[in-house]
Design a protein around this ligand. Structure first.
Ligand code: ADP
Ligand code: MG
Length: 364
């Protein structure tokens, strides 16, 4: 095999090489004969390869690895169009490949020509774009839901009103009265769904401040017990007196109530549901994690990624809006929500910043 002379390594100094290694972009130069003359550490990191200088590129990547034929462009001395490449390893990366046919060293007499390939990581921009699209989708869904809800409300009020009158007329006819009760029950369920949909579509008012966590947790537990979702002996709260968190207290309570209600609804047949709420600071002290854990029926593996989508429910009378609302409320507080679920039960974690550099008030 014809290897380029060793002296090529010395054509650019160690300093230059060190400088290239600190670049955010991956850099790769392939000579006309197909030898890698230059590659920085970043290129290997981004491409998840182990390219070596002074070796043939074909030992590491296929000819059309970047979405164009390297051999063809090296032979014709042409610059390929910019391409986008997705590398699916442990972490999926979205890369932009910008290539130019250039002489590497114009001062040298031995024309070192080849393809200079710059690899840019667009993963964050890509994720941001996905998030924007998701937000837009949710927003249009919210608007649609709100207008639908308004349209349904009027005929629904009529149904409820007339069924109420019928109930009075049929006071003495138990059989038919039962049928009317079914109509009323159905109308109430639709009404409940509509209220939830309208709440979901409403913009959130957010007021974030650093506040002690124990009281909002206690309030939420008390509310869950008063609503008869669980008995006081079945719900346990662990939180240090002095633990503080940066949040909107009302939104946080609303998130907790949603999680506690779901936990109580996930109870296994004929078993009391035990719910543990534990709040603690993360190892680096920057976040507070509030974990709501139950020993209920768990979530089927294929459903886990769907549960935060609006209208996903496995319950006969569910709205499927609770968790998507929790997700929205946590994002509005610069936080997030995660879930792990096994047959032995489910655990949701609300993650919030423990400190905020500023007190903010905004509409989301
Ligand atoms: P809903 O409660 O109206 O169904 P949610 O958005 O609150 O809507 O929840 C969506 C779905 O997520 C539920 O229908 C259920 O399948 C699942 N889920 C949520 N919390 C739990 C839990 N603690 N245990 C098991 N499944 C749960
Ligand atoms: Mg729910």
């Amino acid at each position: 095999m014809h290897l380029p002379p060793k002296s090529i390594d010395h054509q650019y100094s160690h300093e230059l090489k060190a400088m290239l290694d600190t670049m955010r972009e991956g850099m790769l130069f392939i000579s006309c004969k197909g030898f890698i003359w230059l590659c920085n550490q970043r290129v290997n990191h981004l491409l998840n390869k182990n390219l070596q200088e002074r070796t043939n590129f074909k030992d590491f990547i296929e000819d059309n690895f970047f979405g164009f034929s390297l051999t063809k462009h090296l032979k014709n001395k042409t610059s390929p169009d910019t391409t986008l490449l997705t590398i699916a390893s442990q972490k999926t990366r979205h890369l932009e490949i910008i290539s130019n046919f250039v002489p590497l060293d114009t001062s040298s007499t031995s024309q070192r020509e080849g393809l200079l390939i710059v690899v840019r990581d667009l993963t964050s921009a890509h994720l941001l774009q996905e998030e924007l699209t998701r937000q837009e989708r949710l927003e249009s869904l919210g608007t649609l839901a709100a207008s639908l809800a308004h349209e349904i409300r009027n005929p629904l009020t009529a149904i409820e009103g007339f069924a109420g009158l019928l109930r009075q007329d049929l006071k003495n006819n138990t059989q038919q009265l039962e049928l009317v009760e079914h109509i009323l029950e159905g109308a109430r369920a639709i009404g409940y769904l509509i209220t939830n949909m309208l709440d979901y579509a409403k913009p959130l008012q957010v007021q974030i401040k650093r506040t002690p966590l124990l009281q909002p947790l206690k309030d939420s537990v008390a509310m869950a017990i008063a609503s008869k979702w669980c008995r006081s002996e079945d719900i346990h709260l662990t939180c240090k007196d002095d633990l503080k968190v940066s949040c909107d207290v009302q939104l946080l309570k609303s998130c907790l109530l949603n999680l506690i209600r779901n936990a109580s609804e996930a109870k296994k047949c004929n078993q009391q549901q035990s719910i543990e709420i534990e709040a603690k600071t993360s190892a680096d002290q920057n976040q507070v994690h509030i974990c709501v854990k139950d020993q209920g029926i768990g979530i089927a593996e294929q459903d886990v990624e769907k549960i935060f989508s609006p209208f996903f429910t496995t319950k006969p009378a569910g709205t499927g809006l609770g968790l998507s609302q929790v997700d929205k409320m946590m994002r509005a507080q610069a936080g997030s929500v995660t879930v792990t679920s096994k047959q032995a039960g489910t655990s949701f974690t609300l993650i919030l910043p423990s400190k905020h550099p500023f007190v903010c008030k905004k509409n989301i």
